[in-house]
Design a protein. Structure first.
Length: 431
C-alpha cells in the first residue's frame, strides 16, 4: 500500500501545514473515510468550505452536466452561461440595492480585488483592518491579516497602506471593558481617533471587517461595533467591505453574516463555500462602485470557470433551502456547548453564530490563561475517536466546530459525543 505520509514528507513543502494526520479517500455528507476504511465525522468541512457537506448530490449532478458541455472558456474571450447566470444570482443576493459581481478563484483574490475596486473608486490608498482578522496569504492580504506566526513570519516586504486597529473581542477586550457593548464603544472611539492620528478620511479607501473573526477564533464582535463601523465609514465617504469568505453562504444561519447586524456593506467578498469545494470566489457590490473600474482593469483567466460556476449556482439554491435548518443546527450546537462548558472548567468560553461555533480553552477561567497544549492533544485524540477538528485563535487555544449547515441530528449528536470522548482523553494526557 502507498505510504501517503511518506509521499507528503518527500514531495510537499513543510510549510504546507497538516492538522489531522489522516489520508481521506471518500466523503459523503458530514462524514469522510480514510484509506483504511475508518469513518470520521467532519467538524471542519474543509475549513468552512463544504457548507452542504461532502459531495451534495445535486451539486455533483450540476458539475457532471456542465462537464459534458464546457470545461473552460475565459470570460474575456467569450460569454458563457454559467458565469453570467451566477453573476445574476449573486448580484440579486445583495439586498441593499442594485449590484454587480466579479468572479474570481480564491478568497484572497476576492479580497485583493475588493481593495483594488475600493482604491479606484475613492482614489485613496488606506485600508483599515483589525486585530484578529484573516484576509488571505498573498502579499497584500497577508499584510491585512493579523496573526503574525505562521502567516507572516520572515516574509517581509508588506504591502503599503494598511492600517490595523484594535478589535473588540468580548472575551478578551483590549480596553478592559465591563460589557461587550462598552468594549465596542471603546473600539469605535479608537477608530474615530485613528482617522485623525493614523490616517485621514480622504486618504482612506475602505474599512474591511469579517462579521465573525474566523481564523482569529470565531469571535463575534459586539453589534454596536459592527454597526458603528458601517456608520463611520458612510459618514466619512469610506467604503465598508464585509469579508464573507468564511461567514457567507449560510455559515452563520443567514445567507450573509453581515445580515445579523444593521449594517450595509458597499462590497462583499465571498469564497470558500461558494462552489461546494471547487475553487471559486467573488466580489459583489454596489453597481456604481463595481462599474467604476475601466475596461480591462479587472479579471483573470480562470475566474468563473464553467464547472465551478455551475456548482455555485446549485449551491446557492440549496443553501437558500437550508437556512432554516442552519439556524436549528446552530441552536442545537449552542445547547450542547453550554452543557460541555458546565462540565469542563477548561472551557473558558464558547461562541458563534448559527453553525459557526468554537470553544476557547483556558488553564484558569479567572485568569483566562490560554491552553494551546490541550487543543493540540484534543485534535490528535479527535482523530483516534473519529472526529476531525480544527484549531484557531491568536493563541492557538480555540477549537472551531464547523459541521455542514444541514447536518442530521444524529450525526451532530454523535460528533459531539466523539468530541467529548476526545476531550476526556486529552485532559488525561496533558495532566
Amino acid at each position: 500500500m502507498t505510504d501517503y505520509n511518506e509521499l507528503r514528507k518527500k514531495y510537499v513543502p513543510r510549510g504546507v501545514y497538516l492538522v489531522n494526520n489522516v489520508t481521506v479517500v471518500k466523503g459523503e455528507g458530514a462524514k469522510v473515510w480514510d484509506i483504511n476504511g475508518k469513518e470520521y465525522i467532519d467538524f471542519t468541512t474543509g475549513i468552512a468550505v463544504l457548507n452542504l457537506g461532502h459531495r451534495p448530490k445535486e451539486v455533483v449532478e450540476a458539475i457532471k452536466e456542465q462537464a459534458d458541455k464546457l470545461l473552460h472558456q475565459c470570460i474575456h474571450v467569450a460569454n458563457y452561461p454559467p458565469y453570467l447566470e451566477l453573476a445574476e444570482k449573486l448580484s440579486n443576493k445583495y439586498i441593499w440595492g442594485e449590484a454587480k459581481t466579479l468572479l474570481l478563484n480564491s478568497g484572497a483574490e476576492a479580497v485583493e480585488n475588493a481593495v483594488k475596486i475600493a482604491r479606484y473608486w475613492t482614489r485613496a490608498m488606506g485600508i483599515i483592518v483589525f486585530d484578529y482578522s484573516f484576509h488571505g496569504r498573498t502579499n497584500l492580504t497577508m499584510t491585512m491579516t493579523s496573526k503574525h506566526r505562521p502567516y507572516k513570519l520572515w516574509f517581509g516586504a508588506y504591502s503599503p497602506g494598511i492600517i490595523r486597529l484594535p478589535y473588540p473581542d468580548p472575551y478578551r477586550c483590549p480596553f478592559k471593558a465591563d460589557t461587550p457593548e462598552e468594549c465596542g464603544e471603546y473600539a469605535l472611539e479608537y477608530l474615530e481617533k485613528a482617522l485623525k492620528t493614523h490616517t485621514d478620511k480622504e486618504e482612506t479607501a475602505a474599512i474591511v471587517l469579517e462579521p465573525v473573526a474566523g481564523e482569529g477564533g470565531y469571535v463575534v464582535p459586539p453589534k454596536n461595533f459592527v454597526e458603528g463601523v458601517a456608520r463611520i465609514a458612510r459618514e466619512n465617504c469610506i467604503l465598508f467591505v464585509s469579508d464573507e469568505v468564511q461567514t457567507g453562504l449560510g455559515r452563520t444561519g443567514k445567507f450573509w453574516g453581515i445580515e445579523h447586524f444593521k449594517a450595509e456593506p458597499d462590497l462583499i467578498t465571498v469564497g470558500k463555500a461558494l462552489a461546494s469545494g471547487l475553487p471559486l470566489s467573488a466580489v459583489v457590490g454596489r453597481k456604481e462602485i463595481m462599474d467604476a473600474v475601466h475596461e480591462g482593469g479587472l479579471g483573470g483567466t480562470f475566474g468563473g470557470n464553467p464547472l465551478a460556476a455551475a456548482a455555485a449556482i446549485k449551491t446557492i439554491e440549496l443553501v437558500e433551502k437550508n437556512l432554516d435548518r442552519a439556524k436549528e443546527v446552530g441552536e442545537m450546537m449552542e445547547k450542547r456547548m453550554d452543557e460541555l462548558k458546565e462540565r469542563y472548567d477548561v472551557i473558558g468560553d464558547h461562541r458563534g453564530l448559527g453553525p459557526m461555533r468554537a470553544f476557547e480553552f483556558v488553564k484558569d477561567r479567572e485568569k483566562k490563561t490560554p491552553y494551546p497544549e490541550l487543543v493540540k492533544e484534543l485534535i490528535k485524540k479527535g482523530v483516534d475517536k473519529g472526529v476531525l477538528l480544527l484549531s484557531a485563535g491568536i493563541y492557538g487555544n480555540v477549537v472551531r466546530i464547523v459541521p455542514p449547515i444541514n447536518i442530521g441530528d444524529e450525526e451532530l449528536e454523535e460528533g459531539f459525543n466523539r468530541f467529548e470522548e476526545a476531550l476526556k482523553e486529552a485532559l488525561r494526557s496533558v495532566k
